[in-house]
Design a protein around this ligand. Structure first.
Ligand code: NAD
Ligand code: IPM
Ligand code: MN
Length: 346
């Protein structure tokens, strides 16, 4: 299995090192081999060569079985340049229209909420919606300067993400929540709601409802235990996934899988968090989000047995106060947590 590794920027590099160590341990224990090709694409390359990745970067990636990514973005390079120069083209070119973002509580990890346990998945639409290049800025520097951003929702795009979410709910506890804002947004979200209601008829075994994004955000905090699968547009899914991670204890533990469910193209696995310039280089980044993302990759590559061992290693490690990073109230370094994960996954 050939893995393209893009550590990227900031703590991306630190946590991807951890993910590789754990992957090495678990693959050795299970007797299979992963081969890695590492790419130095990111903001340093941009500063040196004027581009986040080479012109044929996407062609190079196409031949891999999966892509493992750390984080993209660094002060000094505008985010719209770094993200639209690397992360977003990968998601779009490889039709990774599902962004799967599971979250759950772990024994030993304190949460800021009352409910003791929860386990749900945010299914984020990943290639259209509010993230679009349609629009523009006019009259720069004049008093009548303005910016317009068009959100693009296609019937095909909404249908496939909603169907994916219903099917996932059917495999879990049979309950889907759709994030909407049809009370305040006139065109796109009423269209989204109509398609959700239509597709529901094709998934009669799944109970579903729809919540306005503002009320839904409040319920994530007040009653996270009620959710099973939550489907949302690109921007809603983005915001909900950081919120869900924080509600479970830290954005540092949350994983994501950018999936092309047709498997025509490689899928990409990356933690939910970014490059964290505020802690980069200090050796305290929580590696769990990246390691859990690597487990999602193993599942996708047909090794659910190895993925389950990585999850078990995460559970064991987080249960010990001595192997929790500062974001979880501990004092352990990235390296110490990684060593514990490796021991447990070996
Ligand atoms: P961020 O996720 O990098 O950081 C937010 C906060 O969470 C910071 O205080 C950080 O220290 C903390 N944090 C994040 N990950 C952590 C971890 N593993 N362990 C401990 N603490 C952690 O978000 P941001 O500050 O909005 O963005 C920083 C840069 O990263 C920006 O350039 C942004 O565009 C980029 N970004 C990239 C991705 C990606 O590549 N997928 C995702 C989000 C943000
Ligand atoms: C994420 C990130 C990205 C997103 C940014 C960095 C473009 O926040 O992966 O959640 O919004 O998709
Ligand atoms: Mn995000």
């Amino acid at each position: 299995m050939r893995i393209a590794v893009i550590p990227g920027d900031g703590i991306g590099r630190e946590v991807i090192g951890a993910a590789r160590d754990v992957l090495d341990a678990v693959s050795a224990a299970h007797g299979f081999k992963l081969s890695y090709t590492e790419f130095d694409w990111g903001c340093e390359r941009y500063t040196r060569e004027g581009a986040m990745m080479p012109a044929d970067g996407l062609d190079v990636l196409r031949d891999f079985d999966s892509i493992l990514l750390g984080a993209v973005g660094w002060p000094g390079v505008p985010d719209h340049v770094s993200l639209w120069g690397l992360l977003i083209p990968i998601r779009r070119t490889f039709r990774q229209y599902v962004n799967l973002r599971p979250i759950r509580t772990f024994t030993g990890v304190e949460t800021p909420v009352r409910e003791a346990e929860f386990d749900f998945v945010v299914v984020r639409e990943n290639v259209e919606g509010e993230y679009s290049e349609a629009g523009g800025r006019l009259n720069r520097g004049f008093p009548d300067e303005l910016a317009i951003q068009e959100a693009i929702f296609t019937r095909a795009g909404v249908t496939r993400i909603v169907d994916y979410a219903f099917a996932l709910a059917a495999l879990r506890r049979g309950y889907l929540t759709s994030a909407t804002k049809s009370n305040g947004i006139v065109h796109t979200l009423p269209f989204w709601d109509e398609i959700v209601a239509e597709r529901a008829e094709h998934h009669p075994g799944v109970r579903w409802d729809s919540e306005h994004i503002d009320a839904l955000a409040a319920k994530f905090v007040l009653q996270p235990g009620r959710f099973d699968v939550v489907v949302g547009s690109n921007l809603f899914g983005d915001i909900l996934s950081d919120l869900a991670a924080a509600v479970a204890g830290s954005i540092g533990i949350a994983p994501s899988a950018n999936l092309d469910p047709t498997r025509e193209f490689p899928s990409m696995f990356e933690p939910v968090h970014g490059s964290a310039p505020d802690i980069a280089g200090t050796g305290v980044a929580n590696p769990v989000g990246a390691v859990w993302s690597a487990a999602l990759m193993l599942e996708h590559l047909g090794r659910p047995d190895a993925a389950a061992d990585v999850l078990a290693a995460i559970e064991t490690t987080l249960a010990q106060p001595s192997t929790r990073t500062p974001d979880l109230g501990g004092t352990a370094s990235t390296r110490e947590v990684t060593e514990a994960l490796v021991r447990s996954a070996s």
